[in-house]
Design a protein around this ligand. Structure first.
Ligand SMILES: Cc1cc2nc3c(=O)[nH]c(=O)nc-3n(C[C@H](O)[C@H](O)[C@H](O)COP(=O)(O)OP(=O)(O)OC[C@H]3O[C@@H](n4cnc5c(N)ncnc54)[C@H](O)[C@@H]3O)c2cc1C
Length: 512
């Protein structure tokens, strides 16, 4: 037995693992209940016949945020991750034959951009400078802190910053101040898709993405992105965290203002002082908590898009496919309308290919290739259910045909040894992602900062949230920040309770 405070975390995604480890480091006895048979959630991995795929994240951005997590846990990131910088970051293919290699090499950017639009390089430098400002201000003033009330968020100090960050201007409209050529506007906004957002809806603040990618770099941990999950899980275990796999939670039991226990599907009941929901927040409100008004409100919020994924084990190497490759649709705006308004697969979809063996030969057997294809699609629509089988067939044919035409790869079909497919249905079934939305709640103006679902339940005071659909938002580094903010909030509340109890005890002894 121990008199340590206890915490129970629902879900072993990166947000759950990092929160559990931080709490353990601060003296909690922590148990993590995970529905699946291994940790990682969306940042999981598939290994088959010598081919290693990261199933979701492939871009390691904002290394300093990862570093802060390892440091807070008493470790050095360099002892756990062997990071390689990927440059050029992407090869971008336009449907009219134009190719761009986005790179930190300024000379190469000048030559490439000015060839497309004379003077565009000057626009690029101004754009990156603005992205730098957005990155620094967002991280310090909005993303890296908790907001206790609306007045803190819309405070006199913050209001001018919200304007500076261009939170009310769409990213796509804003990029028009820097470039005229439609292809350049696309080249510097498509990155929003990696957060499941349309550049026509996302705030212009998101130019911070292009800044981080080109200035701070896109990195890749040798061994795959899953190394982050493996190493953080090992650190958490070293700090005393117990992970229980194949343990889906089926209900959270609460009384009055507190959660008392959770029940797993096998009927076991788990008690703790503090509970943290890392599973997708809208799913927790809808499926695990006693019926509540909040879940109906969440249902109406904007969700990010979903993806059709192909993981191909290929018995031939294709060196013409770079580490990161982006193929953009000619009708850029129409393709986002198809995804975000019609909730389907665009007629001519944009897509992304990841070929990790370009950087890390251990991702594929020698002389073979490991290819990951991400095709953005609308999330599930209950009112107008999509025919995912038909959309998968169409997506596959389109991808294979386009890389055939543009890369001269005409024999891919016959070299695919095996294929694993994910659709919005799979995202929902495997990880309980509401609407199969791959990145969680969207980040429009009404769903960021204080306006995003809070990391503490309003009624159940010992129930907290950490993960992509709470503050600050989606993406591995941002979820790591969420874990930090949630831990800080738990510790602050605990210290308030300890102080209140001391005051009460003193008052009682004075009366005695
Ligand atoms: C295709 C794709 C590409 C992406 N690319 C990038 C990228 O390049 N770079 C980047 O930084 N980010 C990327 N992301 C985003 C990033 O993966 C997520 O933001 C992050 O992994 C979310 O972590 P999380 O801990 O919030 O949630 P999750 O990873 O969803 O973890 C939640 C966990 O809870 C578990 N769970 C659910 N229900 C229950 C239950 N009832 N009981 C117990 N456990 C439960 C789930 O199984 C899961 O393990 C990508 C995401 C996707 C899907």
């Amino acid at each position: 037995m121990t008199d340590k405070p206890t915490a129970l975390v629902i879900g072993a995604g990166i947000g759950g693992i990092a929160t559990a480890a931080r709490l353990a480091k601060k003296g909690f006895r922590v148990t993590v209940l995970e529905k699946n048979d291994k940790p990682g959630g969306r940042a999981n991995q598939i290994v088959q016949d010598g081919h290693r795929f990261d199933i979701g994240p492939t871009l390691f951005l904002m290394p300093e945020v990862f570093e802060e997590t390892y440091t807070a846990l008493g470790e050095r990131m360099a002892d756990h991750l062997d990071l390689k910088r990927i440059d050029p970051t992407y090869k971008v293919h336009f449907d009219d034959g134009l190719r761009l290699e986005l790179t930190a090499n300024i000379g190469s950017m000048e030559t490439q951009l000015d060839r497309v639009e004379p003077g565009a390089f000057g626009g690029f430098l101004r754009y990156i400078a603005e992205g730098n400002k957005h990155y620094k201000v967002s991280l310090e003033k909005f993303v890296g802190r908790n907001f206790r009330n609306i007045f803190e968020y819309f405070s006199l100090a913050n209001l001018p910053l919200l304007f500076q960050l261009k939170t009310l201007i769409s990213h796509y409209n804003n990029v028009g101040s820097f470039f005229k050529d439609e292809r350049l506007k696309a080249a510097f906004t498509f990155q929003n898709m990696y957060l499941g957002l349309s550049p026509y809806d996302a705030p212009a603040t998101f130019s911070l993405l292009q800044y981080t990618e080109l200035a701070e770099g896109i990195w890749y941990p040798i061994g795959g992105m899953y190394r982050v999950i493996e190493t953080l899980t090992a650190i958490a275990e070293k700090l005393g965290v117990t992970f229980v796999y194949n343990a889906p939670v089926k209900a959270i039991q609460a009384a009055g203002s507190r959660v008392e226990s959770v029940e797993t599907q096998d009927g076991r009941v788990w008690q703790a002082d503090t509970f943290v929901g890392n599973a997708d927040l809208p799913y927790i409100y809808k499926e695990l908590l006693p019926s509540n008004k909040e879940s109906a409100k969440l249902e109406k919020k904007a969700f990010t898009c979903s993806t059709i994924m192909f993981y191909w084990g290929v018995d031939k190497a294709y060196p013409q496919i770079a580490h990161h490759n982006v193929f953009l649709a000619g009708k850029y705006k129409d393709s986002f309308d198809s995804i975000f308004k019609d909730r389907t697969l665009p007629e001519k979809p944009s897509f992304y290919i990841h070929a990790p063996a370009r950087t890390d030969p251990s991702a594929a057997p020698e002389g073979q290739d490991t290819l990951y294809v991400l095709v953005p699609v609308g999330h599930m629509d209950e009112n107008n259910p999509q025919d995912w089988h038909a959309l998968v067939e169409r997506a596959r044919s389109f991808v294979i045909e386009r890389i055939g035409v543009e890369m001269g790869i005409t024999d891919l079909r016959e070299h695919i040894k095996f294929e694993i497919v994910k659709t919005p249905l799979t995202w929902k079934e495997e990880f309980n992602l509401e609407k199969g939305s791959a990145f969680g709640l969207s980040h429009n103006f009404m769903q960021v900062g204080y306006l995003r679902p809070k990391n503490r339940h309003s009624q159940f005071k010992n129930l907290y949230f950490a993960g992509a659909s709470t503050h600050p938002g989606t993406g591995l580094p941002i979820v790591l920040l969420s874990a930090r903010l949630t831990t800080e909030r738990i510790l602050e509340e605990m210290s308030t309770i300890v102080v209140q109890n001391m005051i009460k005890a003193n008052a009682e002894s004075a009366h005695a």
